[in-house]
Write a protein that binds this ligand. Structure first.
Ligand SMILES: NC(=O)c1ccc[n+]([C@@H]2O[C@H](COP(=O)([O-])OP(=O)(O)OC[C@H]3O[C@@H](n4cnc5c(N)ncnc54)[C@H](O)[C@@H]3O)[C@@H](O)[C@H]2O)c1
Length: 440
């Protein structure tokens, strides 16, 4: 791991490679980056662009912007390429996603029209409710990986790219249990030779990225790189890897509220969460196999934050239910209802209702930007393998096999900022405040 002064400079173009480039999250991210570059919008929601970091003691008043503190790629240096099962350019795809208004898309139209997805590696067995035509013709996994790598090399040549990061913004694939083929790199590579049915398309993209020396991020809940085989590959290739499932909408609210309830030692009898959404993601999640990936990812959050095994009187027996319903009239504007049953002093019950009328892709786009920039930083700092400090961004943060993930948003943020302080040779901030009691 390299630190201040040794970290490679963010010079030259950074290629952002996106499987699922024609989707709602991706096109909202792309349109937004271009609008920000043109001075038409602010990067709202982005920690790298708007966030600050306190350094040293409070009386020093050293609070730089994060982007001025750590060496991140500039937005003007980002170039984009990607794959999708639909051939539409990103302008048409963004119009169809119905996230951004046509008048906002018009301002960045020529940029988006210049982004056409390459043919995708796709297997309908993994995403049932999707039928596209922009597909690679090869069938053997090794040939498909080679084809992805050729796309990447061509893109790098044509755009004079210095470094790349890959971020999966593709549909949620069906739920996969870790199998023998995922357990080690040698098993996985044998599986590639045999077209093993436990290897999903997203794993082929991840394998192609890592073997090309490119960091890999998973925005979706699919298993993909959260398996020993691909963690081993990331370490072998010295590339960073992170995921899974961007923390937006309802889970974001959960990881804000649950630590607060626990901090006050208020008990919980139940948390009922329902969502209605009508975008393509919602349509894909209407299939039980894809929903199962999402459900697992959403359910684990409360258990880990509330620690029922430690606080059995408060959280030993709560009921947690998550429902997602595909409801086309709402499009990308999801409604997430939470009915939370809590209890306080002497066991008296209380209720909290949260009705979050959110915009999924509006919440997700700045996370994509931050992750791309931080993963490029991690690569230049030679931080290989799992990047747990980026848990802040995920519903199911990837962590070492022997650990449980950290879900508390505020602990995650502290970890992220302390990692940046460490990288830049600054003291960690503990909030201890010993100065009150004696001279230090
Ligand atoms: N929007 C959010 O807030 C949010 C939050 C967390 C996770 N996610 C996840 O991010 C992903 C993208 O979400 P979205 O709303 O943009 O969905 P979307 O359906 O609009 O976009 C997904 C895109 O991926 C493409 N695709 C599917 N399989 C592919 C493959 N094998 N190769 C290339 N392209 C492929 C689809 O054609 C589609 O264009 C989903 O998995 C979703 O669950 C989204």
């Amino acid at each position: 791991m390299k630190r201040k002064g040794e970290i490679g400079k963010a010079e030259g173009k950074l290629g952002v490679l996106i499987p699922g480039m024609g989707g709602a999250v991706s096109t909202t991210f792309l349109a937004g980056v271009e609008a920000i570059r043109q001075g038409l919008a602010l990067p709202i929601g982005s920690l790298t662009q708007l966030g600050t970091i306190r350094l040293g003691k409070r009386f020093e008043y050293r609070i730089p912007r994060i982007k001025d503190f750590v060496p991140l790629a500039q937005l003007d240096d980002l170039v984009f390429g990607g794959w999708d099962v639909f051939p539409d350019d990103c302008y048409r795809a963004a119009l169809q996603a119905h996230v951004l208004k046509p008048e906002h898309l018009e301002a960045v139209r020529s940029f988006l029209e210049g982004l056409r997805p390459w043919t995708a590696v796709f297997d309908p067995g993994f995403v049932k409710n999707l039928k596209g035509s922009n597909l690679k013709s090869q069938t053997h996994y090794l040939d498909l990986i080679e084809a992805i790598k050729e796309d990447i090399e061509k893109f790098k040549r044509e755009n004079g790219v210095a470094r790349c990061v890959m971020i999966w913004c593709g549909s949620t694939e069906m739920y996969l249990k870790p199998a023998g083929v995922h357990s080690s790199l040698s098993n996985f590579e044998a599986g590639l030779r045999n077209n093993d049915s436990n290897i999903s398309p997203s794993m082929l993209y991840a394998y192609a990225a890592m073997t090309s020396g490119i960091p890999y991020i998973n925005s979706a809940p699919n298993l993909t790189a959260d398996i020993p085989a691909l963690v081993e590959l990331a370490e072998k290739q010295q590339v960073p890897v992170t995921g899974k499932d961007l923390k937006t909408g309802q889970t974001l609210m959960k990881t804000i509220l649950a630590p607060g309830l626990k901090a006050r030692l208020l008990g919980l009898t139940g948390w009922y969460s329902t969502n209605i959404l009508g975008n393509r993601d919602g349509m894909v999640l209407d299939d039980q196999a894809s929903f199962k990936s999402k459900e697992e990812s959403k359910l684990s959050v409360l258990e880990t934050i509330l620690q029922p095994e430690v606080y059995s009187d408060l959280y030993g027996d709560f009921h947690h239910k998550v429902v997602i319903s595909y409801y086309p009239p709402r499009g990308d504007n999801k409604e997430g209802w939470d009915c939370i049953d809590i209890f306080g002093w002497l066991g008296y019950p209380m209720q909290i209702k949260v009705d979050f009328l959110c915009r999924d892709s509006i919440l997700a786009a700045p996370l994509v930007l931050d992750l791309v920039l931080f993963m490029d930083l991690a690569q230049r700092a030679e931080m290989a393998g799992i990047q747990e400090w980026l848990s802040f961004y995920f519903k199911s943060p990837q962590c070492a096999a022997e650990l449980y993930p950290e879900h508390d948003l505020f602990i995650q943020l502290m970890k992220l900022k302390n990692t940046l302080r460490y990288l830049m040779g600054e003291d960690q901030i503990t909030h201890l405040g010993l100065d009150y009691y004696h001279a230090v």
